[in-house]
Design a protein around this ligand. Structure first.
Ligand code: M1P
Length: 248
């Protein structure tokens, strides 16, 4: 059976193909393998490449996708090969980066939480990931923070403070997952990855769970180049894709 290469289907990772920061389930792998016999498929994650690789169950699994866009596409792979990499360090310069890091650490030093762990700022290729509880928390502690955050708006309040301070410098702040805030230059949201596919595909489908304003799927979901779909879980993703593409 030949593939319909006029279309590409892009998927967010956390909450769309997997549970938050969890490894993909075997039935989802089978589903995607079958889908890839029919259409090109790509991943668009906010996380860095190492985390997406881990969630897909290893490098071989990752390489089966036509495209993998880590950090919103700032690290871009086609058929397992890196085709582009963008650097926030180059874009912002050392002084501004330190200003952002110092402000964030200063802000977090005044925040009391049920628990704090380590790695409050993760420096990636194309973004800084700011995490009030610290990225080295356990899965249980992650869940606990997420509930606390829902009640106390820790991240939304911090995003307001960051926006007040750094919007003038062309930085945006987005709540992508359960425990952290992504910081990157304007335009380096998930729409960034579209430059790698817009010329070759007539239709670009996108499925994501955080498509609401402020969520990290919002911009690509709304973009005129994509047909965007909101899902509520990996199960819902399968259901919607099957309905849309007439798959049994
Ligand atoms: O779902 C994408 C997000 O995944 C992680 O978020 P958290 O650890 O907060 O659940 C991070 O890698 C984040 O950068 C990313 O947007």
């Amino acid at each position: 059976m030949s593939r319909d290469t006029s279309k590409i289907i892009l998927f967010d990772v956390d909450g769309t193909l997997t549970a938050a920061r969890k490894v993909i389930e075997p039935d989802m792998v089978t589903f995607l393998e079958n889908l890839m016999h029919k259409y090109p498929v790509g991943l668009v994650g906010g996380s860095d490449l190492a985390k997406i690789e881990e969630q897909m169950g290893g490098r071989d699994r990752l390489n089966m996708f036509d495209f993998v866009f880590a950090e919103n596409g700032l690290v871009a792979l086609a058929n397992g090969e890196i085709i582009a990499k963008e650097s926030i360090q180059k874009f912002m310069g050392e002084d501004k980066i330190q200003e952002l890091i110092n402000f964030s650490l200063g802000y977090l030093s005044g925040v009391k939480l049920p628990r704090k762990r380590g790695t409050f700022i993760e420096f990636r290729n194309g973004m800084l990931n700011i995490c009030p509880i610290g990225r080295s928390c356990t899965y249980e502690e992650r869940g606990e923070f997420s509930e606390f955050d829902k009640q106390h708006g820790i991240r939304t309040t911090m995003v307001d403070a960051l926006r007040k301070e750094f919007t003038k410098d062309g930085l945006v702040f987005s709540i992508g997952g359960q425990i952290s805030i992504d910081a990157f230059p304007t335009g380096w949201d998930k729409t960034y990855c579209l430059r790698f596919v817009e010329k070759d595909f007539k239709e670009i489908y996108f499925f994501g769970d955080k498509t609401y304003k402020g969520g990290n799927d919002h911009e690509i979901f709304e973009d005129s180049r994509t047909k965007g779909f909101t899902v509520v879980s990996p199960e819902d993703t399968k259901k919607q894709v099957c309905q849309l593409f007439g798959i049994e």
